[in-house]
Design a protein around this ligand. Structure first.
Ligand SMILES: [Fe+2]
Length: 234
């Protein structure tokens, strides 16, 4: 922050003194207008003083504007820095949560990181805003966080799941939504987490919604998730 003090008091005094001198000069000029030569030089002198005072005032106003602009730019830079720190804190917290899930269900972190990178590439291509991209990234990191509510006997089972077990796994988008929906900065991400297993034709879960009823972020995420399923060992 700039600590330069504007000389408001000094310049105000200067302007007042100049105006007083100017008025006194005019009065003197009027009273002595009979002496033509002296009056002429007095008149020129007071006009010079007036012009100098006017220029000083303009320079002073310009200095105020420059100073205010610098102040605004400094405040914007500080705000940007705070926002970046806040976003880094958010992302660090989300990564820690995802890492905690990864300790139970190995491979979640690697899968999430890949899906986030695919989803962001698609989202950038279709021109989503920076805010939407951020929410998509956060949702991608957390998309399977609801698996913390699925028992180990099901989550880590090596053989095929029976119908009841499968129904239990299908609860994870809803559990994930419940976990993060109260977190203010994750409100939009929560909808993506809830709908990340919905399918465009309505055959997905948990709600079976279709088409554009599915949030755009969740549709992008579903494409990224399918791409990762086709290109990695899961
Ligand atoms: Fe999932």
């Amino acid at each position: 922050m700039s600590n330069k003090r504007l000389p408001v008091f000094e310049l105000t005094i200067f302007c007042l003194v100049t105006v007083v001198f100017y008025i006194m000069g005019l009065l003197f000029f009027c009273q002595n207008s009979s002496n033509t030569m002296n009056s002429h030089w007095l008149y020129v002198g007071f006009q010079v003083v007036f012009i100098v005072a006017l220029l000083s005032l303009l320079l002073f106003l310009r200095r105020i504007l420059v100073s205010k602009n610098l102040e605004i730019a400094e405040k914007k830079a500080i705000q940007k820095n705070y926002l970046e720190q806040l976003n880094n804190t958010y992302e660090g917290t989300l990564k820690a949560l995802s890492y905690a899930l990864d300790l139970r269900d190995h491979g979640t972190w690697g899968h999430s990181a890949r899906v986030v990178s695919y989803a962001l590439a698609i989202a950038e291509k279709i021109g989503l805003t920076q805010q939407a991209l951020r929410q998509l990234a956060w949702a991608g990191i957390l998309h399977d966080i609801g698996k913390i509510g699925v028992p180990d006997s099901i989550l880590l089972k090596k053989t095929a799941l029976d119908p009841d077990e499968w129904e239990n796994v299908k609860r994870h988008p809803t559990i994930g939504y419940e976990v993060i929906r109260e977190i203010d900065f994750l409100k939009f991400a929560a909808d993506i987490v809830l709908c990340h297993h919905e399918h465009y034709d309505g055959s997905g879960y948990p709600k079976g919604i279709k088409g554009e009823y599915i949030p755009l972020g969740a549709r992008i995420f579903a494409i990224a998730d399918a791409l990762d399923a086709m290109t990695s060992d899961r």
